[in-house]
Design a protein around this ligand. Structure first.
Ligand code: KIV
Length: 290
C-alpha cells in the first residue's frame, strides 16, 4: 500500500488552548504570500501572522505606517489559500482601529469576511481595551500586542527592549491584564525582558501569552520569517535566529542566471520546445519562403 499522509486538521482555538494545558509550545510565524504559506503549512506551523511588517519586508517602506487595509486583505487572502488549516491572524494596520471602536470592528470584520482569517491582532494596552472588547463582542477572536509595538516606534524611542525598569514593566503587566479582561484570547509580548514575560505568562488566566524576542517562558514563540532566512537586507534584529541564508542562495542564483544569459549558456534544449520539421516547412511555404 502506498504511504498516505493525512491532511492536518484545521487549527482552532480549542486546539491552541489544549496545547497550553498540556504545556506544549505553540509555533507561530509571519507570512505574507501563497508559496511561503504553502511551505509553512507543510512544515506544520500552527499559527501564521499576516503582519503589517509586510510594509517593510514586502513593499519596501521604511516603517509599517503606510500599510492599508486593502494591502493586508490582498496578502491575507493569498496566505489563506496557501495554508488552509493554519490559524491565520490578520494584523490591523495603522489607524484602522485607533480612531474608534466602530472603525476597529468594521476593519476586523474585513479580515474575517474577505480573507478567511481566524483572528485579528492589534497593538496597544489599556487604551485599546475597548477596541478589543468591541471586536470580541462582535464574535471575532482578538490578540493584543505589547512591549515593542512598531506602529508606536516614534513614541517608544526606536526599536529597543521595553519594560526594563520596574515602573515600565508594571505598566506592561497592567496592560496585559486590561487586554485579558477585555477578552483578548492571546497577547503577544515583543522584546520585553524574559523575566517579565515569565511573570505575565504565570499570571495569565485563560489567555495565551506568545513571545517574540521575550524569552522561552511564554506559551509559544513567534518569529519574523524574513529575519529567519536572511530575506530582509536592511536590518537583522538580535532576537531573530537565522535558520538559513535564502537571501544568499537567491542572490547567487540570480547572478548565475545573468552570467549564463550573457555567455549564451542559457537556455539549453531541455529549456525550450521544438516543432516538427514538416510543420515548420509548411509554415515557411505558407509565408512564401519555401
Ligand atoms: O507586523 C508584524 O509582523 C508584527 C510583528 C512584529 C509581531 O506585528
Amino acid at each position: 500500500m502506498p504511504e498516505t499522509t493525512q491532511p492536518r486538521k484545521k487549527i482552532t482555538l480549542p486546539y491552541l488552548f489544549d496545547k497550553v494545558k498540556k504545556g506544549e509550545p505553540i509555533t507561530w510565524l509571519t507570512c505574507y504570500d501563497y508559496p511561503t504559506a504553502y511551505l509553512q503549512e507543510q512544515a506544520g506551523i500552527e499559527m501564521i501572522l499576516v503582519g503589517d511588517s509586510l510594509g517593510m519586508t514586502m513593499l519596501g517602506y521604511d516603517s509599517t505606517l503606510p500599510v492599508t487595509m486593502d494591502d493586508m486583505i490582498r496578502h491575507a487572502q493569498a496566505v489563506r489559500r496557501g495554508a488552509p488549516t493554519a490559524f491565520v491572524v490578520g494584523d490591523m494596520p495603522y489607524m484602522t482601529y485607533q480612531p474608534s471602536v466602530e472603525t476597529a470592528i468594521r476593519n476586523a470584520g474585513r479580515f474575517m469576511a474577505e480573507a478567511g482569517c481566524d483572528a485579528i491582532k492589534l497593538e496597544g494596552g489599556a487604551a485599546m481595551a475597548d477596541r478589543i472588547k468591541g471586536i470580541v463582542d462582535a464574535g471575532i477572536p482578538a490578540i493584543g500586542h505589547l512591549g515593542l509595538t512598531p506602529q508606536s516606534v516614534a513614541a517608544l524611542g526606536g526599536f529597543r527592549v521595553q519594560g526594563k525598569s520596574a515602573a515600565l514593566a508594571k505598566k506592561i503587566v497592567d496592560d496585559a491584564k486590561a487586554l485579558e479582561k477585555a477578552g483578548a484570547f492571546c497577547i503577544l509580548l515583543e522584546m520585553v525582558p524574559d523575566r517579565l514575560c515569565q511573570l505575565i505568562t504565570e499570571r495569565a488566566e485563560g489567555c495565551i501569552i506568545m513571545s517574540l524576542g521575550s524569552g522561552p517562558h511564554a506559551h509559544g514563540q513567534l518569529l519574523i520569517y524574513h529575519d529567519m532566512f536572511g530575506l530582509y537586507p536592511k536590518f537583522k534584529p538580535k532576537m531573530a535566529k537565522v535558520y538559513g541564508n535564502a537571501g544568499e542562495v537567491l542572490l547567487n542564483g540570480l547572478k548565475a542566471y545573468r552570467d549564463e544569459v550573457i555567455n549564451r549558456q542559457f537556455p539549453q534544449p531541455e529549456n525550450w520546445f521544438g516543432m516538427p520539421d514538416e510543420e515548420f516547412e509548411e509554415l515557411k511555404r505558407m509565408l512564401g519562403e519555401a
